[in-house]
Design a protein around this ligand. Structure first.
Ligand code: SAM
Ligand code: SF4
Length: 371
């Protein structure tokens, strides 16, 4: 059995990160047309839309057992507000991929309608969903028919007892049924995202990979990031990419995939010579911020240029005229919203700063941002 190390990080060293000043006073202003570019030359083509901060699981690395103070429904964007912002992103700002997330996006009652409206846009974006798969068994076929292209299902272990410890719910069977339904509906490639927690499921990685190989799911491990609501992340207590690879190497032979990774966060490895692969998303130990092409819209209408941003741009205020002028309906208002979005992304910092001495975890946790 063998394994290999990960490639070099692409983010430039010594540049300002999230812990640094928000924007230089001498920085030029954002462009007034075209896509979402930033001062480091990155272009955001991939929009993560959070539909809700609520969830029906309580993963220990994400949420406390008692849940969180959910956003009041009046704060959450309406379906028509969401549709307007997604349309602006696609038709005015060059966004090419829409991923619905949360919280748990399948709790959003009008998700099928939203997917259909997104699929009707020109140019039609790629549409995907990140979900814990509870309820996917019932919804997969309708989502596919509405235009959903693929799903990423979060599943950290196939050991029922460890699943319960990790998610604080006894729902492994529902997740497995959801996964099977996604595959059957053609929401492929079905990807599985796994986070390992020391002392809970860190020994389950080879078994999870074997399960994914057996079912034709593409597994990717994500290093745990400091985004949990309880601020419990510790630099010396998360499972690193190197440790994940070493654990998998006890059962499988992994060889690096030669593809150019581009903006894809996962570094891929052939498993036992292929054709199956496994991915590692080493957000902490091998950051890939230099190639990031993401922009994020929270369920309450805030644009975030990064998971780790300390600032947000309030598009909901512009949509509704809360403490500012409300934008008009139609093309003129769309242009104002698009420009606010461009300005938000223009200020994107070069890196997340997790490894900087002054790193501060953002106020919002993962489920309230949209992972
Ligand atoms: N509820 C859905 C789910 O779990 O797939 C969508 C939202 S969840 C916040 C999106 C992704 O973020 C999941 O794959 C989850 O494992 C990941 N995630 C949550 N907290 C994380 C953390 N602290 N570090 C790394 N990934 C995390
Ligand atoms: Fe819910 Fe997803 Fe967070 Fe787990 S990771 S608690 S499923 S939002």
């Amino acid at each position: 059995m063998s394994t290999v190390g990960l490639g070099m990080p692409s983010v430039a060293k010594g540049l300002r990160t999230q812990a640094g000043p928000a924007v230089s006073e001498t920085a030029p202003a954002a462009p007034t047309s075209g896509p979402l570019v930033d001062t480091y030359g990155r272009v955001a083509r991939d929009l993560r839309v959070s539909l809700t901060d609520r969830c029906n699981l309580r993963c220990t690395y994400c949420m406390p057992a008692e849940g969180l103070d959910w956003m009041p429904s009046s704060a959450v964007l309406t379906t028509s507000e969401l549709q307007r912002l997604i349309r602006i992103a696609v038709t005015l700002l060059g966004v090419r991929e829409i991923r619905f997330t949360g919280g748990e996006p399948l709790l959003y009652a009008r998700i099928t309608e939203l997917v259909a409206a997104t699929a009707a846009l020109e140019p039609r974006p790629e549409i995907s969903l990140t979900t814990n798969a509870l309820g996917l068994q019932r919804k997969a076929a309708a989502l596919k028919a509405a235009g959903l292209d693929r799903v990423n299902v979060s599943l950290d272990t196939v050991n029922a007892r460890n699943f319960h410890t990790l998610t604080r719910r006894d729902r492994l069977a529902d997740v497995l049924q959801g996964l099977a339904a996604a595959s059957e509906a053609g929401l492929t490639p079905v990807k599985v995202n796994a986070v390992l927690q020391p002392g809970i499921n860190d020994l389950d990685a080879p078994e999870l990979l074997q399960f994914c190989l057996d079912h034709g799911y593409e597994l990717r491990f994500i290093e745990q990031m400091p985004l949990d609501a309880e601020h419990g992340w510790r630099r010396d207590r998360f499972v690193t990419a190197e440790q994940i690879l070493a654990s998998l190497a006890r059962k499988f032979t992994l060889t690096p995939h030669s593809e150019h990774r581009g903006s894809a966060p996962a570094e891929r490895f052939w498993v036992d010579g292929g054709p199956a692969t496994v991915g590692i998303i080493a957000s902490v130990t091998r950051p890939f911020c230099g190639d990031c092409d993401r922009t994020r819209l929270t369920a309450d209408g805030q644009i975030r240029s990064c998971l780790f941003s300390h600032g947000e741009t309030d598009l909901r205020a512009l949509l509704r005229g809360d403490s500012c002028d409300q934008v008009a309906d139609g093309a003129e208002g769309d242009a104002v919203l698009a420009q606010a979005w461009r300005a938000a992304m223009w200020r994107k910092l070069p890196g997340h700063g997790i490894n900087d001495p002054g790193f501060l975890q953002p106020h919002r946790s993962m489920s309230a941002i949209g992972g």
